[in-house]
Design a protein around this ligand. Structure first.
Ligand code: ME8
Length: 494
């Protein structure tokens, strides 16, 4: 029986402002964290997010703005925090890779990598020259085959030719063990298509070793390599380690309690690093692998990847301004099934809002509370206990919970909205206003009670997704006197 839940998002690069892609991952993590807090208790859930603050691109952007990289990262990191606050994201910790607490542990981890041998008895780390094409936009080396018209397809810029000394991580020696762990679902990679892709990658290619450091002259903004002052740590050891440095690896209580992570969320762009580099690092440290990597789809805008360099970024702040945090989360999560790649259709949001929130949930709340106020003087005749007893009416909640645990958020919401529609239809069909006219009090009260129980269940099922809305509805339904809300929860927009 699982009694703790540790969930992580990637730590986002500070060279980009928070956009709806980052928001999607973070909202999913928030929904799951809220769900498991209810199930396991607040103390048994840990939700980590943060920002990835080193690298060439950060130094470049800071120089452009004529500020120090630290100042630059302070600004953008704060923008991520602000965006999450506006979206009502309740994380337990926000780690920044420029923090001392992170850097100190990364240095320990590097020293461990340096001292350890691979299963085949080789040094894990070795020095060599690296030659290749490097895209500063991606912060990674890129192959000829990946170029389109001589440019990085994502950043529309020409890669640089690089020859330099790097320290390398001998990845190849770990691949057999990683393959075994993935095949046995000891490290789950979900959805199954992504697992297949990773296994294909291990089987097919001669996976190159990866750089863990680059010369100071190429990467000025980073953690010093402890044994070679001419080198700075290069992204992945620094970035991936955040998942354990934030917990205080190796000896802090949080680490003991929460590692291994239950769910690590990410998109396809960084799957290779999480599915191959990360397990290899953990194997050197001789600590358990995460239980699962969960790969969601990539939002595209008109078929193109969203990125600052392409100028097609959708900001979650704008959506929150227009719809509020609750509805924004609903609109984002109800668009895609987890794992599917699709175009985001921001233009459909107003119609969806009016249909689902205004005419659906909002209408149900208004008419039901209005009738209870009008016909029963606000006294529905159900105690809080009665309502609690009605929980899981027709297995509704357990059904939704199962969908959440399987990361089928779109389906969970669809099922909740099906019930909302059904109750709205039942009201139309049973015409309670006629029962009131004919003085059929008994039948009227029974119907209103049934619908109240359903609305109560709907509110509870919404808690992980729309916590404020859920709380608001529960407050209305458990008040001494049920009253129609003075202001509608979801005003119509034109
Ligand atoms: O890769 N659609 O940071 P990053 C959906 N710092 N999700 C998206 C998205 C989109 N268009 N764009 C970004 C990095 N994401 C590294 C990670 S982790 C140790 C280091 C989300 O700012 C998605 O989760 O590029 C993706 O994997 C992540 O942001 C990449 O964020």
């Amino acid at each position: 029986m699982k009694n703790k839940f540790y969930i992580t998002t990637p730590i986002y690069y500070v060279n980009d402002q928070p956009h709806i892609g980052h928001a999607y991952t973070t909202v999913i993590a928030d929904v799951l964290a809220r769900y498991y807090r209810q199930k396991l208790g607040d103390d048994n859930v840990y939700f980590l997010t943060g920002t990835d603050e080193h690298g060439v691109k950060v130094a470049e952007s800071a120089a452009k703005q004529k500020i120090t990289p630290q100042k630059f990262t302070d600004n953008i990191s704060q923008q991520f925090k602000d965006a999450w606050q506006k979206l009502d994201i309740k994380y337990n910790d926000f780690i920044r890779t420029t923090e001392d607490r992170h850097q100190k542990i990364v240095v320990n981890i590097l020293n461990q990598l340096k001292q350890t041998k691979t299963p085949q008895g080789n040094d894990v780390l070795y020095e060599a020259d690296y030659q290749g094409l490097y895209c500063v936009g991606c912060e990674k080396f890129i192959t000829e085959a990946e170029l389109v018209d001589g440019q990085c397809p994502d950043h529309k810029r020409k890669p640089e030719k690089l020859v330099e000394k790097n320290w390398f991580f001998r990845l190849g020696d770990f691949l057999p063990a990683i393959k075994k762990a993935i095949e046995a679902d000891q490290l789950i990679i979900y959805p199954p298509g992504r697992k297949k892709e990773v296994l294909g990658l291990i089987n097919k290619q001669n996976m190159p070793d990866f750089s863990i450091s680059r010369p100071v002259k190429s990467v000025a903004w980073g953690i010093d390599l402890p044994w070679d002052k001419e080198q700075k740590v290069y992204v992945w050891v620094d970035a991936l380690s955040n998942y354990i440095t934030a917990l205080g690896y190796p000896d802090k209580e949080l680490y003991q309690k929460f590692w291994p992570a239950d769910i690590q969320l990410l998109a396809l762009d960084i799957l290779k690093f999480h599915a191959l580099y990360w397990p290899a690092i953990l194997m050197v440290l001789d600590i358990p692998l995460p239980k699962g990597l969960y790969i969601h789809g990539f939002f595209k805008i008109n078929g193109q990847k969203m990125s600052k360099s392409l100028g097609n970024v959708v900001s979650p702040n704008d959506l929150v301004k227009q719809y509020g945090s609750e509805v924004t989360k609903y609109l984002i999560l109800s668009q895609f099934s987890f794992g599917s790649e699709s175009d985001i259709k921001i233009n459909d949001f107003p119609a969806k809002y009016n249909a689902d929130l205004v005419n659906g949930l909002g209408n149900l709340i208004n008419r039901l509370t209005n009738m209870i106020e009008q016909y029963l003087d606000g006294d529905i005749g159900l105690t809080k206990k009665d309502l609690e007893k009605s929980l899981n009416i027709s297995k509704f909640l357990s059904n939704i919970n199962q969908e959440i645990e399987e990361l089928n958020f779109k389906l969970a919401l669809l099922k909740i909205w099906n019930i909302i529609s059904t109750v709205n239809e039942e009201i139309d069909k049973n015409k309670p206003w006629e029962l009131a006219k004919n003085n059929d009090q008994q039948k009227l009260k029974k119907l209103l009670q049934d619908w109240t129980k359903y609305l109560y269940n709907i509110a509870v099922s919404l808690q992980p997704f729309m916590p404020q809305t859920a709380e608001h509805i529960l407050k209305i339904l458990t008040a001494k006197q049920i009253k129609k809300p003075v202001k509608p929860l979801f005003p119509r927009i034109n």
